[in-house]
Design a protein around this ligand. Sequence first.
Ligand code: 1YM
Length: 638
Amino acid sequence: MTTSYTAKDITVLEGLDPVRKRPGMYIGGVGSAGLHHLVWEILDNAIDEAMNGHASSIGVVLHADGCSLSVTDDGRGIPVDKHPQTGKSALEVIFTMLHAGGKFGQGNYKTAGGLHGVGASVVNALSKELVATVKRDGAVWEQRFRQGKPAGALKRLGSARGSGTTVYFHPDPTVFPKIEFEPAVIRERLEIASYLHKGLTVVFDDQSNGRKETFQHAEGLADFARKLVAERSLRPVHDAPFTLIKENGLRAEVVLQWTEATDELVKSYVNGIPTGSGGTHENGLRAGLGKAVRNYIETHNLSPKGVTLGADDIREGLVGLLSVFLEEPQFQGQTKDRLNNPEVLSAVDSMIRPALEQWLNENRSVAEAIVGRIVLAARAREASRAAQQEVSRKSATSNRLTLPGKLSDCTSPSRPDSEIFIVEGDSAGGSAKQGRDRARQAILPLRGKVLNAESASLAKVLENKELSDLVTALGCGLGKAFDIARLRYGKVIILADADSDGNHIATLLLTFIYRHMPQLMARGHVYLAQPPLYRIDIGKQTHWALDDAQRDAILARQGQPGPGRPTPEITRFKGLGEMMPKVLWETTMNPKTRRLLRVEIADQLMTDRVINELMGRDASARFRFIMDRAEEAEELDV
Ligand code: 1YM
């Protein structure tokens, strides 16, 4: 396998003064990211040892003080023999000099490239105290350092069985303004490492919180894919995922799982580091995958009539994981999280294509399910495009005949202050239509059942009359074809009964919007109307109450009936349909007197990236309702 490393292999460059002078050059900065960088450096050395087949278990202890750490592996132990060039032990050289590390290019991979691979000496230079303990050749050795300088010689502490390395360090407070490790950040990194390195046992002992966790995944990335699918409640299209591990010039591991989700989720890693911006390895995956699937479809004459399969259709609903290890990764981009090695594209492509094609051929029923899924995606895209075109055509020619028949449009849609009320039921729709401000308010009554869009495909959604009418009326398309610029109304207001059926319908509509046009919510276009539940007549005065609490408050304000004080008359509305148009206007629709709840997506920063993620995720507390009028700002969490 690998040739053994000895002290003579270390090429010494220089001492550690430059690191203490300009820490930012070596770890990026002295903030929290830089601080955690120290952990990744030591951890990467332990993972390297595992990756090259010498260690099977790694432990990280975050000590109770929250600002010091120990990392342990059960590998060969850092060499302690004498380094001929300097006369010092290899261990001391590794921790006290900027050096060129061990040997690569002989089947040895190093976890981190470029930015990361700066080594144990940098951590030592930036630590108030560091202790390296090594078990090797039947003995246990220890050397202590302060601010990168030996605090004593390498000592043989006694005899020991087994082998391994432990590095304890406490970052230097004169370098880092704030020393506070974040357990969640460390935990996440360790968990991912356990998926990327199949079988590796990773223990995180967080003594600052008294929590200890072990991560171990016999099936590595396949387990990771399973976790992602479960976490997002995605419905798989087939059982066992496609898996591939191959080594030719580089080591690649791939897992592919198609699901019924409407987007794709591809995560990639290079030498154990997440590549959030993709790069040549991801492009190789997409190329190989596309060709394999197309070849299969052509060979078996499965091409659908009337639609062409796009690359996006092939990957719709795909959960794809790709991990590659290469000797000299080159990263690009502002955050250095995009792989740039050109040779990797064809290497990954040519590994995946034949293997995936063979897998499809050997698993015909699985292949059929996947192809079915892809054809459906293409048809849905085609249908959505057609619906989109139809809507554009209509709004371009303002040909009202092609809008849904039951829509009572306003005379001037597309104004920022125009509104559409989506109203439950025909009779309520009738009241709303009579009561409205025709110039600005459109009414769309819902008659049939609204489909539960929780995990329905785009095609299913478009088959549902109520939803497709809504899409046509809104004018902005949905899914990937969504275009907010075409939205025909400034506010989309759901007007449902104040009872449990009404709540159900509102939830279905919100779920549909959340799943297929989340941008509408993110941009604050979605509202819930607040029709009153009670009418309270007291003498000549009429009050409206949204709920029992408001009713009680109104009654309490009134005081006990008595001489000269009339008895309140309370009417509970059975449904919106019973409300006179004028009453509906006054209480619920008139912008001057009504109250609306704006619907937001709870706890999310609404970047496009998050929206994309949300389109495939299940979250129970997903909405937040905000009272529209600032003076009454009141949050109701659901
Ligand atoms: C908790 C941190 O550093 N383990 C570790 C490090 C090394 C070796 C084994 C090792 C490597 C080799 C031969 C070789 C080393 N890393 C370096 C350097 N754990 C931890 N375990 N024998 C032992 O690479 O051939 C030198 S030795 F320089 F890369 F950091």
